[in-house]
Ligand binder design. Structure first.
Ligand code: CP
Length: 312
């Protein structure tokens, strides 16, 4: 594996989960692997967990992480081919990616979608431009359509907390005040399709994710039916995919409550808006795995960086 830009870059997810658990037990066991290697982390968007856990993972491997908020601090980057650059962008990705490649052994990139231009977002222009023009491996720290570090984290967390061989996992939409990307939900769907779980999705009408990703996963428009016998309820808001980027529904009845999830474990990638997406009684209970998920971000990032260091 050269790059990690999709959960589908992992050939044997179960093996990676087992190895991530070993790394979690002994996080410094490979702390010479990254000696004298630099991880460059480029953020076009905000982050708390991804930024800190990926740095922590790099440090555990003996790497030197360097971080840049591209949107705030760097020159505006142009991605268009043949553009006459007489506007706001001052530097082309062709130079920028090659320049950063000289300073770094691996480049990690976070670049969210526009949610206004579906074709542009689905082209993954920013991430794919780094893959095309950089001379070192690229890791996605969340792109327009996927969040593979989060999905690997979630797979590890479900494996650790499953109390039966084939647990039932539900991905449920919940309301939100802002239009949010599909990236977390997309990658979670892809991860669950690779695991031995009973997996269903619950979302209101008009909120079906890209059918090329959901494939034959059952989709319910009724949360109560979907939650029946659930072991894990993974919650995330996303904006409409068909009416791209629009908010079609703000029905508070889709908020996750203790009564609804019963004995199921609650999962969310964070950050989460309390009492909009999920009520306090869930987040403040033993049912919630959100802090454990955030902890596992380090070990998901660490196994990804380890594999890339070993293979390159
Ligand atoms: N879950 C996640 O990616 O968190 P951040 O946006 O804070 O990095």
């Amino acid at each position: 594996m050269k790059n990690y830009t999709s959960i589908n870059d992992i050939e044997h997810l179960d093996d990676w989960i087992q190895e991530a658990k070993e790394i979690k037990r002994n996080p410094l066991s490979n702390n010479h692997l990254g000696k004298n290697k630099t991880l460059g982390m480029l953020f076009f968007n905000s982050s708390l967990r991804t930024r800190l856990s990926t740095q922590k993972a790099a440090l555990n491997l003996g790497m030197n992480p360097i971080v840049m908020n591209v949107s705030g601090d760097a020159w505006g980057i142009e991605f268009g081919d043949g553009t006459i650059m007489n506007g706001t962008t001052a530097e082309h990705i062709k130079e920028a990616a090659q320049v950063v490649s000289q300073y770094c052994d691996i480049i990690a990139v976070r670049a969210f979608p526009t949610l206004t231009d579906k074709e542009l977002d689905e082209s993954e222009q920013v991430l794919k431009s780094f893959v095309q023009f950089a001379s070192v491996p690229i890791v996605s720290m969340e792109s327009a359509t996927g969040h593979p570090l989060q999905a690997l984290t979630d797979a590890i967390t479900i494996s650790e907390n499953a109390t039966k061989k084939r647990p039932k996992v539900v991905l449920s939409w919940a309301p939100h005040v802002k239009a949010l990307p599909h990236a977390v939900a997309n990658s979670f769907v892809q991860a669950m399709q690779k695991m031995d779980v009973e997996f269903v999705i619950a979302n209101p009408e008009g909120y079906n994710l890209n059918s090329e990703i959901t494939k034959n996963t059952p989709i319910y428009n009724n949360q109560e039916q979907a939650f029946k016998d659930a072991d894990f309820v993974y919650t995330k808001n996303w904006s409409s995919y068909n009416e791209y980027g629009k908010i079609l529904n703000t029905d508070p009845n889709w908020m996750i409550t203790k009564e609804k999830i019963g004995d199921a474990k609650f999962m969310h990638c964070l950050p989460v808006r309390r009492n909009v997406v999920v009520e306090d009684a869930v987040l403040d209970s033993d049912s919630s795995l959100v802090i454990e998920q955030a902890n596992n971000r380090t070990f998901a990032a660490q196994i990804v960086l380890k594999k890339i260091l070993e293979n390159n």
